[in-house]
Write a protein that binds this ligand. Structure first.
Ligand code: PHE
Length: 345
């Protein structure tokens, strides 16, 4: 068979001219240069060409193949250049830019700030104490006896280092903010009113309601003639400002070695108004903090004259209050640094 090389070449050229995308280039390659393409068909037919014709037809077939390959490459480059030019011009300058992400205070810091500023309005000043404490300040000065379970290594992180200032007693990570009371009593003369926010540590297994580190806020007010009624009044005003005017208070008798008498403070559940719901565990009440009148032994350990002053103290858990306030049911989420959680506050 006689191949019309010129006609094939012209048709191919015209076809390629009309191609305007990657798909068209590939279809062209398959049709002309593929394994079952026209060029291959021509080469396969060379066997039936007469011996004297063969060199001429062979050369034409080769030329055709080279020509088609080269115009295909040219077209590929041309299309590539066009698309990159297009992307250059499709950049939309009116699109809004990527906003820088601006951080903000962690929800626990926000709660601490809010509680501190409520107490500041009531005349308290904010102080802090060290997270590494002496065994004396954390326990002994607070009238916590040597055989008290909270002294156990299951309940307290002891450090390898010894407290040289205190004749060989141990240093530890404070298990509550109450040792701050001892430091304040030694540092400032009465009358005084301070709150001490900070981290505390207990080697608890971590679960939805326990963490080996959490935050407390300690309160201490010392003067002549501070009474239990002052404690009730102060904490009632505080809770109403934090949770709303309608809440009711309940002071339940309790025991802490460093306060006498002691009370746990409950507020009526602000969700169900005391009827009982899942937040308050159907009790209608939420436990908010521990409190009491400063024990004479604590004044004694701080070097106070006997019987001259009285005081009130309280301690609350920041995570617990935050969880109640915002309906958060897992303490671990505070410390996971998940922005999807943090950005909600
Ligand atoms: N330190 C106590 C606790 O961690 C709380 C408390 C503080 C109780 C002050 C009474 C007075 O449980």
């Amino acid at each position: 068979m006689e191949w019309q090389f010129d006609k094939i070449e012209k048709e191919a050229q015209a076809e390629l001219e009309a191609v305007n995308g990657q798909g068209g280039l590939e279809a062209f390659r398959i049709k002309y240069l593929g394994r079952k393409g026209i060029v291959q068909e021509i080469f396969s037919s060379l066997g039936s060409v007469s011996a004297e014709e063969k060199p001429r037809v062979g050369k034409q077939a080769n030329d055709l193949r080279n020509k088609l390959a080269s115009i295909l490459e040219e077209k590929t480059l041309q299309l590539r250049a066009e698309t990159s030019k297009e992307t250059q011009y499709t950049l939309d300058h009116s699109l809004p830019g990527v906003a820088p992400s601006i951080g903000h205070a962690h929800i626990l810091s926000q709660t601490i700030d809010e509680i501190c500023s409520l107490f500041e309005k009531l005349g308290f000043t904010v102080q802090d104490g060290p997270e590494i404490e002496t065994e004396f300040n954390n326990f002994t000065a607070l009238n916590i006896p040597i055989d008290h379970p909270s002294r156990d290594s299951f309940d307290t992180f002891y450090l390898e280092a010894e407290d040289r200032s205190n004749k060989g007693r141990y240093l530890l990570l404070r298990s509550h903010t109450s040792p701050g009371q001892v430091r304040i009593l030694k540092q400032f003369p009465p009358p005084l009113a301070v709150i001490i926010p900070g981290k505390v540590y207990r080697p608890d297994a971590v679960d939805a309601s326990h963490s080996f580190m959490f935050h407390q806020i300690e309160g201490l007010l010392v003067d002549r003639d501070v009474k239990f009624s002052d404690l009730k009044g102060l904490l009632t005003v505080f809770c109403q400002r934090l949770f709303g005017k309608d809440i009711k208070m309940r002071f339940r008798p309790h025991f802490f070695p460093f306060t006498e008498p002691s009370a746990e403070v409950d507020i009526s559940c602000y969700i169900c108004k005391g009827k009982g719901c899942s937040v308050c565990g159907r009790k209608g009440w939420l436990e908010i903090m521990g409190s009491g009148m400063v024990h004479p032994k604590v004044f004694e350990a701080a070097g106070y004259p006997k019987g001259k002053y009285t005081g009130l103290a309280f301690g609350l858990g920041v995570e617990r209050i935050t969880m109640l306030k915002y309906g958060i049911n897992d303490i671990r989420i505070f410390f996971e640094n998940d922005k999807r959680f943090l950005e909600q506050f």
